[in-house]
Ligand binder design. Structure first.
Ligand code: F6R
Length: 240
């Protein structure tokens, strides 16, 4: 695991954004695994700016998002689909056919997860997976558990995740469940970029990098991946 520490979140956005931009230029048909949440926003801002001045194209890029809430309409401002549209997709020339999400409004979760697993394999797996970490060590919505999961699955969100994310839900109640890529899907990515910023992430970051590898801190499995870089600001890195 490579760890790089920056002064602030904006600097991480520039670093990760320029790295992704050169990866896209090098392989315009790249398959990206994307995360939502606060952590990747500066990166998406950086990429959006490059697209707006014509210096980068997403025309042939394929994306797979990590997760989506269950029973939240796709058009709801808090769906992860809306988040990605707002922060990235609407600012690029990406082909909508190349954007992939788990459908949290399916009436057959199992079939939907199988479909996603199959699509990932058909796309040739993820070249670069972008991740954030929950204060409880989750990645995607793989919450602390007794064992790791392989493929996509439905998860009941923990109290801690519901508390962290409820700040965004002022109109509708925060969903209780989500569909998420499994640890196996994430670990199949050829390269992983993890971003964590802010004091609230200190404990989780320490457990991920220096702790025992255990599904009780799902992100700790990244210690076993051959190509992971963790980008931290000083606050998130303070306990290392
Ligand atoms: C989001 C996701 C989550 C977040 C994590 C950190 O798609 O999969 O694992 O990356 O909860 O969220 P932020 O960045 O908001 O602190």
């Amino acid at each position: 695991m490579k760890v790089e520490i920056f002064e602030n979140a904006e600097q991480i956005g520039i670093k990760v954004g320029s790295q992704l931009a050169s990866a896209i230029r090098h392989n315009p048909k790249i398959v990206l695994g994307l995360a939502t949440g606060a952590s990747p926003i500066p990166t998406y801002d950086y990429l959006s700016k490059l697209c707006s001045v014509g210096e980068l194209s997403f025309k042939d890029v394929t994306t797979f998002n990590l997760d989506e809430y269950c029973h939240l309409p796709r058009e709801d401002k808090n769906s992860y689909y809306s988040f990605m549209n707002e922060h990235l997709f609407s600012k690029t020339d990406i082909n909508p056919a190349n954007i992939h999400f788990l459908n949290g409004n399916t009436d057959n979760d199992e079939k939907e997860c199988e479909r996603y697993n199959r699509m990932l394999v058909e796309a040739g797996l993820i070249d670069i997976q972008l991740l954030g970490i929950g204060t409880n060590g989750h990645i995607g919505f793989n919450e602390p558990a007794e064992k790791y999961t392989k493929g996509a699955f439905k998860i009941a969100l923990t109290e801690s995740t519901r508390k962290s994310n409820s700040i965004y839900f002022d109109e509708n109640p925060m969903p209780t469940h989500a569909l998420t890529m499994g640890i196996g899907n994430i670990m199949s990515a050829k390269k992983i970029i993890m971003i964590a910023t802010g004091e609230k992430k200190q404990q989780a970051v320490k457990a991920m990098i220096e702790g025992e590898v255990t599904p009780k801190c799902p992100a700790s499995i990244l210690q076993f991946h051959p190509s992971v870089t963790v980008y931290l600001d000083k606050a998130a890195a303070a306990l290392l």
